[in-house]
Design a protein around this ligand. Sequence first.
Ligand code: ZN
Ligand code: ZN
Length: 215
Amino acid sequence: MIDLHTHSLFSDGLLLPSELVYRAKVNGYEAIALTDHGDLSTIDFVIPRIIKISKELTEHFSIKVLPGIELTYVPPSRISAMVKKCRSLGAKIVVIHGQSPVEPVPPGTNRAAISSGADILAHPGHITEEEVKLAKKTGICLEITTRNGHNKTNSHVAGLSKKFGAKMVLNTDTHAPEDILTPEKIEETLKTSNLTKQDYEIMIKNSKEVVKKTK
Ligand SMILES: [Zn+2]
Ligand SMILES: [Zn+2]
């Protein structure tokens, strides 16, 4: 299993990176990205620390740990510049907190994220056809999420992504131990998203490609 969207104590997650990563390893993960929420006020504090612990845990827990960030409620006109800033600080995975159906994320966030150079647009809610077509062009991955609330629009995101050939990845957006991925969770999410086992194989391949690109 691969999960490219999780939260630790460095934002609003319940666990230290070390516990989060070890629990993921016990559940059978091969790779995990630590992507705490960040904006201009926190990225220079959080990213270097996440890089340090990712290196330590990759070496000593035998699981691939990728240092990342989830840019959250960044003004859409600033998203591209912030992605570059996060990369220059060493973030390997950049996720954008998309226009979830259950939060007032600034309008224009999905659109700005798609052409920002980020790796993943998380929980993109009622993303439009035009935006999905653009995602196919830029190669950003659109997220199918196991997280309650955000997952309300999974079947919408999945339907348009398949129709227009945009890439999808399956992530948990883990904040607490019970959120960590299990085979049952995957099965349930595929079912409610109108996705097949075959679609899941493709999503795994997409996640692996994102991981590979970080080398
Ligand atoms: Zn988010
Ligand atoms: Zn998140």
